[in-house]
Design a protein around this ligand. Sequence first.
Ligand SMILES: O=C(O)C1=C[C@@H](OP(=O)(O)O)[C@@H](O)[C@H](O)C1
Ligand SMILES: C=C(OP(=O)(O)O)C(=O)O
Length: 438
Amino acid sequence: MPSPDPFDWSAPAASGPVDATVTLPGSKSLTNRFLVLAARASGVSRLRDPLRSRDTLLMAQAMRSLGAAVEDVEDGDWLVTPGGSTGDATVDCGLAGTVMRFVPPLAALSSGVVHFDGDPQARTRPMGPALDALRALGVGVDDGGRGALPFDVLGSGSVKGGSVTLDASASSQFISALLLSGAHYDDGVTVHHDGKPVPSQPHLDMTVEALRDAGADVDDSEPNTWRVEPGPLNPLDVQIEPDLSNAAPFLAAALVTGGRVHVPGWPQHTTQAGDDIRDILDQMGAEVTLGRDGLTVSAPDGFGGVDLDLHDASELTPVVAALAALAQGPSIIRGVAHIRGHETDRLAALAHELTALGATVDETEDGLRINPRPLSPGTFHTYADHRMVMAAAVLGLAVPGLVVEDVGTVAKTLPTFTDLWDRMLLREQASAATDSVR
Ligand SMILES: O=C(O)C1=C[C@@H](OP(=O)(O)O)[C@@H](O)[C@H](O)C1
Ligand SMILES: C=C(OP(=O)(O)O)C(=O)O
């Protein structure tokens, strides 16, 4: 037999109920917002326990390219010393939506041409409305008419700003991007959304809250309109919360194995969309308890299918779809048409891979209908999508022999994923061993 591709990973099957505590690294969305805000604040900022993953390292590098210093200091924190670039620069976006959307409005403030590019799949992610909005605010952008990467932002040292209307139904990040830099524009920025509903409302709330943490004057009192007044931003000293979307596959393991998973440090208040996983797992029949010490999920009685609108928390779709394929009844996932423009067309990718394992899956215009069936092992393709790796790992718990193609792609937001996964399952073996000697 040919030896397996070195980047493939045999997903471990569970040999019994998991019983584990899993500590997750920091939130991608919070880390990358705070990096952008800190890069032009009025003093040195400290980011405590930031996520270090491909997306956040690319963002740190982008901030350096634009003149800020991002330094590793003791305890794993980042110190960010603001600075404005005075020359041409290049930004590698990788496949990070936050980098390709949040950095151009900041680059517009620099004095030079800032060239943006990324992975091949990044060139197909929606950018057009974000680039047109910058143009409407007086910024030169050369995208060769593509409305996508690669493109140049022609920085002239300042941006007039003002009012702009755009269609952000393809990504909330178009709006977050303008707000995160708008305080540095001469007239601030007012963003109006006109189109189908904007997805990911919690991420917009996160942007507004992060701006207010930095002292910005933000008005989000009217639907579909956001206003950031011009003015300096204060330096930040912020503790980054654990990434709750990255917690989802670990919590899902409690359901699949009939076990228990505890995630310490789960915030009592958060703007992270991943917090919605609590309600989703509860709807599937799990026991979900949020205490001062963190979140605990257990599922002694199995779990059922759900009818869910994931418009607000669409990044949870791959893991929820994996759970749905293993549930005791059919599920419908709605409201996530825009995730066809995520790392890959997630609806097509999930439908294809789950069907290949034996599930009955219909791709709808805005989601998936999933009918669980007995699944057979095979190779689960991941399409350069970290969350497809996480979905595959969840399936692998119940499908011995499942192989996950290109597991390294999970480093986009969680480079330690397979270590944490193995440790969660070792703990399960350890407790099984303890039980057997009792
Ligand atoms: O602003 C952010 O940090 C994000 C917003 C959301 O993007 P979309 O609105 O494009 O779905 C989310 O899916 C993504 O993972 C992170
Ligand atoms: C959609 C995602 O990422 P991005 O920030 O690249 O849009 C995601 O993490 O699921």
